[in-house]
Ligand binder design. Sequence first.
Ligand SMILES: Cc1ncc(COP(=O)(O)O)c(C=O)c1O
Length: 419
Amino acid sequence: MAAEHLKCKECGAQYALEALYVCERCFGPLEVVYGRPSPADVGEVRRRIQGGPQNIWRYADFLPLAGGPPGPANRRASRTGLPAGCTPLIRADRLARRLGLGEVWVKNDAANPTHSFKDRVVSVAAARARELGYEVLACASTGNLANAVAAQAAALGMESYVFIPADLEEQKVLATGVYGPRLIAVRGSYDEVNRLCTELSGDREWAFVNINLRPYYAEGSKTLSFEIAEQLGWELPDRCVVPVASGSLFTKVAQGFEEWLDLGLVGGQIPRMNGAQAQGCAPIASAFADGQSICRPVRPQTIAKSLAIGDPADGPYALDVARATGGGVDAVSDEEIRAGIALLAETTGIFTETAGGVTAAVLAKLAERGDIGESERVVLFITGDGLKTLDAVRGTFTTTEIEPQAAAFDAAVGAPVGV
Ligand SMILES: Cc1ncc(COP(=O)(O)O)c(C=O)c1O
């Protein structure tokens, strides 16, 4: 299934597989189109996956490198840089019981090299950037992408320019700067950072992973769906709860499931797709609730900074996916996000950043509303690590401080029974 060309999602105009992202005719976004293997080749595709490396490059058949599987470009990509993927899918029975649900799984994508799913999209964009001859990686980031681009560039020996909003969480700034990028803190929102980078990308020979390389970058998110299907024994879940910022992850996860259904690699039907946003930045959830097909931009104000995109590029497509699959897009308050982080930590042992607090809280909301059937198999997407947003849990528990004596412990916590 080699990548064949780029296609405008709106008017269908075709373009070569270059660093292009917007249609010259109608300004629609571009996406990668692949040649379809014949049904007779499907068994061979499955064997290639099973025999592939323990990272996203086992799905090279569905990724947009020009070499095409199983060519030298893909083999090289799987061995160089910081390979992402093959993260755990954990059955979360205690979480399910707490919410009165039947079967819940947690896809823990914090278990990537820089602790978020962004390593997947950056791996693909960086591999394509190198194929196209770029020597500089760049991005506009809400935090996790900054970590992933700086680290991937360091691993590949590339120069990097990373643009972030100046008010980003300290943990995310530190976990970017350590890799030695040129780190630019912009006094403005993510949307302003993104506009600046779009302007800069016009006259610099840099690979902005989420701007001029966006069609390739976005494809990396499909590997989450492929892994989930493989980890469930080549079956699909009934429902996925996924965090939404620009809407790219959400739409590409659905596309990944669709590609495998179309090919016959899995049976059944596409899972219901539930998007999760913070109330302080919920342009897609609001449009969903109002029955609109486009999103009205908002000025973000939420602790979920990684999801703070007020003008989401893939908003209309995310709305289509939510409606077409019988899912939805919900929003939760900052208080609910904190409760979501605690719920996940206490029932699964997984400490997530605020984006995961958003998905856990939306799962709890869906359960409370009775939207999830008893026999449904649900996958909760955890896309980033709690150590990146420590302020979200500050003050949410108490520590018992004592002198180093048993009597002090007994006095504070209680003496052993029978003493
Ligand atoms: C941890 C985390 N989860 C989810 C997302 C959402 O990604 P998208 O912009 O593809 O919707 C982001 C975006 O930065 C993120 O950092």
